[in-house]
Write a protein that binds this ligand. Structure first.
Ligand code: EPZ
Length: 426
């Protein structure tokens, strides 16, 4: 297992290229199952989770080819061709490594009339059930069976008729599975209180490019008119709003300034507002965002919420930044039940954070000190890197595989803007 060694105190300065969005790519990839024609995705981030999903698609008999891109390029072009599906089962040993595998359930059901997926367990941040995925598919006419740790979805002869489902809570993955099932339904389907994240819009845009008929894109009320078949398409994955927000926090905490090339400001309004409230200068520029520290950091009070609210995936990174604010900030995590595992590690670096249930009170401190810390989940790992960039002395972040799931070539990108970071075998 690798680790990252950071010598903090360097102001970041320069330009960081923003990669394609992991959480968009992971729902765009399974769309290849919806057609027997080639589907090409551009700007795919080079991430462990993307490799894992590619391997899962290969398991189904989907051919995948990566167009020649120079190793030094960020992003890749992948063509997927599901001419013949040779298996409609997503096995335990693959799903347990990547819970986003559950996103093959809807499209595989739509294409094959039946899909079997190992139930994804919980993960570090919560038990993350999939009951809403299953309720939506049942509402569209599928039969759901649970047995031996697997879920099996079966369509009636001729395919699922479609139907209507109102989500009791907003769920990104359940919305995605329901959308990918409904596009090939025999009739019309509707979703209410659906997730509105930019990644959902990216999914809808790809499906429409493949011939799907979807109304209400970008809202919580979606109407999907099923079509008999979808054709191939070439589509560019949206930029990663969470990666961009993470590097914005890194620039701000070091007192530096960076341009986030390719960032799409309209996807990250709540993040940009939080940064501005904290006293960070944020400017939309031609090719992305310019972020600059602007004197002292101010405390903020913020709660995570479904889009367009403040993203739960940005909570840990903002918390790291707020460790250096003058005053106490109050963060409330409303989405996941256990998303404060970065707190004890940040406190070991000299932070002063108290958690009470879903609320964290971040008392700003004059400095952070480097330490050996342990990554526990993807975004918690990034918050430790952000703290390490500002801390005095050396920080070692262990268990880098967490970071590799969501940040393309992190140490190279940070080195581009002057950080003293090194990746070494652990
Ligand atoms: C997606 O996860 C993202 N992952 C997560 O990003 C992100 O944190 C999350 O959406 C919220 O924005 C991907 O897109 C691959 P949910 P997902 O279904 O779809 C509950 C990262 O760091 N729920 O919107 O699993 C659930 O427990 C990752 O990049 C049910 O109760 O999230 C949670 O409390 C982490 N039943 C809430 O809803 C269900 O059937 C939101 O979960 C589904 C979800």
């Amino acid at each position: 297992m690798d680790k990252i060694i950071i010598h903090g105190g360097k102001k970041l300065s320069g330009t960081i290229p923003v990669s394609g969005a992991k959480n968009a790519a992971l729902t765009l990839l399974p769309c290849a199952l919806l057609t027997d024609e080639p589907m090409t995705l551009r700007n795919l981030p080079r991430l462990a989770d993307i490799d894992g999903f590619q391997h899962l698609m290969n398991q189904f008999g989907v051919s995948t080819t990566i167009a020649g891109s120079r190793p030094e390029d960020f992003g890749r072009v992948m063509t997927l061709e599901a001419t013949r599906i040779t298996s409609n089962v997503a096995p335990y040993d693959l799903v347990r490594k990547m819970r986003a595998s559950i996103l093959v359930l809807g499209p595989m059901l739509a294409r094959m009339g039946e899909a079997t997926v190992s139930l994804p367990g919980g993960c570090a941040i919560g038990n993350r059930p999939i009951d809403l995925h299953l309720k939506a598919l049942e509402a569209f006419g599928a039969t759901i069976e649970l047995a031996a740790g697997y879920v099996r979805a079966i369509a009636p002869d001729g395919g699922i008729p479609g139907g209507s489902y109102s989500f009791p809570v907003v769920s990104v993955g359940a919305t995605e599975n329901a959308l990918m099932a409904a596009v090939l339904a025999r009739g019309t389907s509707s979703l209410h209180n659906a997730a509105r994240e930019p990644e959902i819009v990216d999914l809808c845009n790809l499906l429409v490019a493949m011939g799907a008929e979807i109304e209400g894109i970008g809202t919580g009320d979606l109407v999907i008119h099923g079509v008999p078949r979808l054709h191939g398409a070439t589509y560019r994955v949206m930029p990663d709003r969470i990666e961009a927000g993470s590097y914005a926090c890194a620039a701000a905490i070091t007192g530096g300034e960076v341009t986030l090339a390719g960032a799409r400001a309209e996807d990250m309004a709540a993040t940009l507002q939080a940064l501005r409230d904290a006293g960070v200068h944020v400017e939309v520029v031609k090719d992305g965002l310019h972020v600059a520290a602007n004197g002292k950091l101010r405390p903020v009070t913020i709660s995570t919420a479904p889009y367009p609210g403040f993203a739960t995936d940005m909570q840990a990174q903002l918390m790291a930044l707020l460790c250096r604010a003058e005053g106490s900030s109050v963060l409330t995590e409303t989405i996941f039940e256990n998303r404060y595992m970065h707190v004890p590690e940040l406190n070991r670096m000299g932070a002063h954070i108290e958690t009470k249930g879903r609320t964290a009170i971040v008392h700003g401190v004059p400095k952070l000190t480097g330490a050996e810390v342990m990554a526990t989940d993807l975004r918690a790992s990034m918050s430790l890197v952000i703290a390490g960039l500002a801390a005095e002395g050396e920080t070692q972040v262990h268990r880098l595989y967490h970071l590799d799931r969501g940040y393309e070539r992190l140490e190279e990108k940070l080195s581009l803007v002057g950080a003293d970071v090194e990746r070494v075998g652990d």
